[in-house]
Design a protein around this ligand. Structure first.
Ligand code: ATP
Ligand code: MG
Length: 459
């Protein structure tokens, strides 16, 4: 049997085994696993049952099965079926066909989206270079389109990690494992199916996924899967900016942002996502604010609070902005003008790496610009600042800067108090400022902090 496995692995690596099974198919019956149906959402069950009742095969797959086996409630559900996208669409009025590189169907139940994909074929990794219209590869070996349908086994083998290639059948409650996914799950390791280098070349985003899952699941990356990452990381530069933007959001809003960030740095993957930030860090800027922002974000997510992409981006690009802003001021540009121009420059460069939709870049700029205005509270300013639609985010950002040790504490607390107290007390706080007796102000005058925002005189 060992020989048989060796043979199939060899033939897969040599690129000849288009249809040959790579691993041994295993079926794990209900009594031998811990998947409980109570963890599967009603909409996911509904989709599985309706597909089954219409005569199609349908399985829960991907993170849904993986996370339930780990004893966690999955964040969403993916379903694989032998029904074509059109057939799925016909079966569900509440569905829409999406994607071009990879056509799938979204079935919508209020806010919950069930992703249904048709079994993909041509699983033999990196073998197929036919330039037919359904499966295209580009000059770096990347899959440009992947819409050749196949059977369940082929579908399993074109998935990324073995732990993501487990299928759960709601009809007989068995789990089907084609790639020793259960073993890797027990070993808590991420292993790519097939030849890692080929799989990364097909889709470099798999490197980001390796890091994302490692951080989220607390798994190690199996040595063979880990080895090519550093060298192949630059392949991410060929991924469309819009797809990378989506990946960035997934990387940092899953609740493990800090761990993910550290792994991205470790594997040299951050440079393709935030080239200006990495440059600034290499030149000596600190990433204390990024780490602090990610810690806060992780905490917020664990408390069920929302996080906004513009806040995340404002933090991730802060070192780049600082570097550019400083450079301009060193060249004699006044602070406000320098900040304004630096913002334009940093965003302009960033959108070449990952796009930033306008609805996010606008608020991000405002958060940054407000950092200059938050120290200036006299007269009517404090009240009008509080009316600003981005006041809350800018105030949060200020607190993060303080916790990161970038600013002397004080201003954040002032704003915290100002928001909490009644109007009479506010007037008092403002007149304290105006009379020049506020401890904040005295301190700032005597000993300017290193931050240009606080160096500006407050008038
Ligand atoms: P999450 O918990 O983040 O949803 P997931 O494993 O479900 O994790 P998805 O992005 O939802 O990840 O993808 C669903 C499944 O589709 C994956 O588990 C994997 O089997 C397959 N898949 C997704 N992206 C890729 C890819 N780039 N290459 C190969 N297979 C992929
Ligand atoms: Mg998923």
């Amino acid at each position: 049997m060992l020989n048989q496995i060796k043979k199939t692995v060899r033939s897969l690596m040599s690129g000849k085994s288009r249809k040959a099974p790579v691993y041994q198919r295993r079926e794990i019956p209900r009594e031998q696993h811990t998947v409980s149906r109570s963890f599967i959402s009603e909409p996911a069950k509904k989709v599985l049952n309706r597909l089954n009742n219409a005569g199609y095969e349908a399985y829960l797959v991907g993170g849904g099965v993986r996370d339930i086996l780990r004893g966690e409630r999955p964040k969403d559900f993916d379903i694989a079926t032998d029904a074509t996208p059109e057939e799925i669409h016909d079966l569900f009025r509440n569905s829409r066909l999406i994607g071009r590189r990879f056509r799938i169907v979204h079935v919508l139940f209020g806010r919950e989206v069930i992703e249904v994909t048709t079994f993909r074929g041509n699983a033999a990794t990196g073998v197929d270079s036919e330039e037919d219209d359904d499966r295209k590869t580009g000059e770096h070996g990347q899959l440009l389109r992947d819409n050749v349908y196949g059977n369940q086994e082929e579908d399993a083998l074109r998935r990324d990690f073995t732990v993501n290639a487990l299928y759960y059948c709601i009809r007989d409650f068995t789990i089907v494992d084609y790639a020793n996914g259960i073993d890797d799950l027990n070993k808590k390791q991420l292993r790519l199916i097939g030849d890692p280098e080929t799989r990364y070349r097909e889709d470099p985003v798999r490197m980001l996924r390796a890091v994302r899952f490692a951080a989220k699941l607390g798994f190690t990356i199996e040595p063979g899967t880990e080895k090519p990452i550093r060298e192949l990381a630059p392949l991410l530069n060929h991924i469309p900016a819009a797809r990378l933007f989506e990946e960035v959001l997934k990387l940092f809003s899953a609740g493990y942002g800090e761990a993910t960030y550290r792994l991205l740095r470790q594997y040299g993957l951050l440079a393709s996502l935030f080239p200006e930030t990495v440059k600034a860090l290499d030149e000596g800027q600190s990433d204390a604010l990024i780490l602090q922002a990610l810690r806060n974000t992780d905490l917020r997510i664990s408390q069920g609070k929302s996080v906004t992409p513009y806040f995340l981006y404002a933090a991730m690009l802060w070192p780049a902005l600082q570097a550019e802003w400083q450079r301009r001021q060193d060249n004699g540009e006044p602070a406000v003008q320098a900040l304004h121009l630096a913002i334009g420059k940093v965003i302009g460069r960033q959108v070449q790496a990952t796009s930033i939709p306008k609805r996010f870049s606008g608020p991000m700029k405002e958060i940054w610009e407000l950092q200059l205005r938050l120290p200036r509270r006299q007269g009517k300013r404090a009240h009008s600042l509080m009316e600003h639609p981005r006041f809350r985010a800018a105030y949060d950002f200020l607190l993060v800067r303080e916790s990161a040790g970038e600013l002397e504490p004080g201003l954040g607390q002032w704003w915290t108090d100002f928001q909490a107290v009644d109007e009479r007390r506010r007037e008092q706080m403002l007149s304290d400022l105006g009379s020049g007796t506020a401890p904040n102000k005295r301190r700032r005058r005597r000993k300017p902090t290193s931050h240009p925002a606080d160096r500006r005189n407050s008038g």
